[in-house]
Design a binder for this molecule. Structure first.
Ligand SMILES: CCCC/C=C/CC(=O)SCCNC(=O)CCNC(=O)[C@H](O)C(C)(C)COP(=O)(O)OP(=O)(O)OC[C@H]1O[C@@H](n2cnc3c(N)ncnc32)[C@H](O)[C@@H]1OP(=O)(O)O
Length: 392
């Protein structure tokens, strides 16, 4: 890692920048200029922040950093760092975006933000009565099973259903449970205006350890997640209720039917993110839509409308958004009446011809991605995404 980034990087930047965006709270000497009442609240907030159980994520850290600096020093008063100085540039952008926000307001906003983080961290750490580790799903992955259909719904609409590391694990658990329950078919869909905006780009921040360890565990998580879709024994249907990005698109090649609203779009911006194809799409997409169309999506990041995705074979059928849910669920209820064993066996005989190949493709895609995750192209792309997000 050090070799690849060259000597110009300071040691702290040799880890993923997502990890080293921090704020000088631990060396904090709250400004003598702060009024007593505010100063006490402000100091308490800084202490509270250090006690947070859950990492608030990159974009929140940038917001907190900016408010902390504004509260103590006023408008951004340091020169803009160079483009390659990724960490400090993202922090400078966040602080500078506050403009002339008064110190008192910044201080109050800081206290409010920390208070909200502390209360949400406290509630999420409470063990819900009757919860146990085998319970499927969570607030972000809602699993229901009725009428012979097990539905797995991505339920993080404020973040366009971006998939966190925990959600990957919950989807794996939900699929494993669905493969054994008494349902005939399984459905994956999204809640809100998006189907899914793909991998949560702050995931590397939540994976434990240094960059090498993060890359290793990220690769294992991705490989196991995709393997679940390769091995899933029952008919698996995607109900694409809105735009789909990244991994939520690439794994569609492993589904048995894909029904889309005409509001849905299909986007695989891998090269723009310094990444490479995953979800077995480097094999399934050329097979489904032909080499040229597959390369347009996977190399050049061409975004498809639902109609285009259907014409290229990625989507089975498109429905008007106004009648989408009614029409699709009527059809799925009819499908769920097929004899379950015949449905399962028919799905498996089709999948088994390629299962070994698909696992080999998955392993190679993960190997390549693990190299990409350590590249400057990837780090720059993710920092760029969050520094844009940091605009308050
Ligand atoms: C370990 C396994 C790795 C598996 C690897 C998989 C590869 C991939 O999946 S690559 C694709 C990754 N996804 C993206 O690059 C999409 C990033 N998001 C966007 O480009 C836009 O958010 C999007 C076009 C989806 C929607 O744009 P808008 O309609 O303008 O909404 P906002 O951008 O304001 O989004 C609302 C809110 O959600 C947050 N968000 C959305 N997508 C993601 C994401 N993928 N990761 C993290 N956060 C995401 C966005 O930051 C906004 O948050 P707030 O600013 O806090 O409101």
């Amino acid at each position: 890692m050090a070799k690849m980034l060259g000597a110009r990087w300071c040691p702290s930047a040799l880890r993923s920048p997502l990890q080293v965006i921090s704020f000088p709270a631990c060396q904090l000497h709250v400004s003598r200029r702060a009024k007593n009442a505010d100063q006490k609240e402000f100091e308490n907030a800084v202490t509270q922040l250090k006690l947070l159980k859950k990492d608030p994520g990159n974009e929140m850290k940038l917001k907190l950093y900016a408010l902390y600096k504004q509260a103590n020093e006023g408008p951004c008063n340091i020169p803009k760092p160079g483009v390659l100085n990724l960490i400090n540039k993202a922090k400078w952008d966040a602080w500078n975006a506050l403009g002339n926000l008064p110190k008192e307001t910044a201080r109050q906003n800081y206290v409010d933000l920390v208070t909200s983080l502390s209360s949400s961290s406290a509630s999420s750490s409470q063990v819900k009565p009757g919860a146990d580790k085998e319970q499927q799903g969570s607030e972000n992955v809602v699993v229901t099973s009725e009428d012979g259909i097990t539905k797995i719904m991505l339920n993080r609409p404020t973040k366009k259903n971006a998939i966190t590391t925990q959600m990957y694990q919950e989807i794996i658990l939900a699929l494993k449970a669905a493969s054994k329950d008494d349902s005939t078919i399984t459905v994956l869909t999204g809640n809100g205006d998006y189907y899914c905006s793909g991998n949560d780009l702050s995931n590397f921040n939540t994976l434990p350890g240094e960059i090498e360890e993060k890359v290793k565990s990220g690769g294992i998580l991705l490989r196991d997640f995709v393997a679940c879709f390769i091995d899933f024994p029952k008919p698996l249907i995607a109900v694409v209720n809105g735009p789909a990005v990244g991994i939520s698109v690439t794994i569609l090649g492993l589904f048995d039917a894909v029904y889309a609203s005409d509001k849905a779009t299909f986007h695989t911006p891998f090269t723009h993110l310094g990444q490479s194809p995953e979800g077995c799409s480097s094999y399934t997409f050329p097979k489904i839509m032909g080499l040229a169309k597959a390369k347009e999506m996977l190399i050049f990041g061409k975004k498809l409308t639902a109609g285009e995705a259907c014409a290229q074979g990625l989507v089975t059928e498109v429905f008007p958004d106004s009648t989408f849910q009614t029409e699709v669920w009527t059809r799925l209820k009819a499908y769920s009446k097929i004899p379950p064993n015949a449905g399962r066996i028919s799905k498996q005989i089709i999948r088994n011809w390629e299962k070994e190949k698909l696992h080999a493709v998955n392993a190679e895609e993960v190997r390549v991605l693990q190299e990409r995750w350590q590249s400057e192209e990837f780090l720059n792309a993710v920092m760029n995404f969050f520094s844009k997000r940091a605009k308050l």
